[in-house]
Design a protein around this ligand. Structure first.
Ligand code: ADP
Ligand code: MG
Length: 144
C-alpha cells in the first residue's frame, strides 16, 4: 500500500489527549517502527493538540482534527488542525521559550519540542480561522 491514513475529530479538551495519542500511535504501530521514534511522535502530537486546546480556543469549546498518514511505509505525516483564533506572528510563536501565556506557567517550548522530535514542522495559520500544524517524520530505526 503506498498510502494509508486515519482521521480523528475530537472535542478540544485535555481529557481527550490520551485517547487521541492511543489511537494515532496504534495506527502508526502497524509500521516496523522503533519504540523511541513512536514516543517522539506521541510527544509532538501531544504538544500540538495541547496548543489547539489551550491557545486556539483558550480552553473553551472547540474542535481539533488529527490526521495521520503513512507514505511508502517510511514517512509519517501528522496534521493537527483547529478552527480557533490563529497565530499572529508565526516566527515569534516558534521562538524557544516564547509564550503568550507566561502567567499560566507555560514554558514556551512546545514548538521547539515538535521541531526536535520531528523532521519537519510546518505552521499554516489564519487569524480567526484557525491553524494547521503539519508534522513529518521519516522512519529510520527498525525494531530488532
Ligand atoms: P506554550 O504552549 O508553552 O505557550 P508553544 O511553543 O507550544 O509554547 O507555543 C508558542 C505560542 O504559539 C503560544 O504561546 C501561542 O501564543 C501560540 N500558539 C501555538 N499554537 C497555537 C494555536 N493552535 N492557535 C493559536 N496560537 C497558538
Ligand atoms: Mg504549547
Amino acid at each position: 500500500m503506498s498510502e494509508n491514513y486515519i482521521k480523528i475529530e475530537s472535542k478540544a479538551t485535555l481529557e481527550n489527549i490520551s485517547a487521541i495519542r492511543v489511537c494515532i500511535t496504534s495506527f502508526i504501530s502497524t509500521l516496523n517502527i522503533h519504540f523511541d521514534e513512536l514516543m517522539d511522535i506521541k510527544t509532538a502530537i501531544s504538544e500540538a493538540v495541547t496548543n489547539a486546546i489551550e491557545h486556539a480556543y483558550d480552553n473553551s469549546d472547540g474542535i481539533v482534527a488529527i490526521e495521520a498518514s503513512i507514505k511508502e511505509d517510511k514517512k509519517i505525516i501528522i496534521k493537527v488542525s483547529d478552527y480557533g483564533k490563529g497565530i499572529e506572528d508565526i516566527s515569534l510563536a516558534m521562538t524557544p521559550t516564547y509564550t503568550s501565556k507566561p502567567e499560566s506557567e507555560h514554558a514556551g517550548m512546545g514548538f521547539t519540542i515538535m521541531e526536535s522530535f520531528m523532521d519537519e514542522v510546518i505552521i499554516d495559520s489564519k487569524i480567526n480561522e484557525g491553524t494547521t500544524i503539519t508534522l513529518t517524520k521519516l522512519i529510520r530505526k527498525v525494531k530488532s
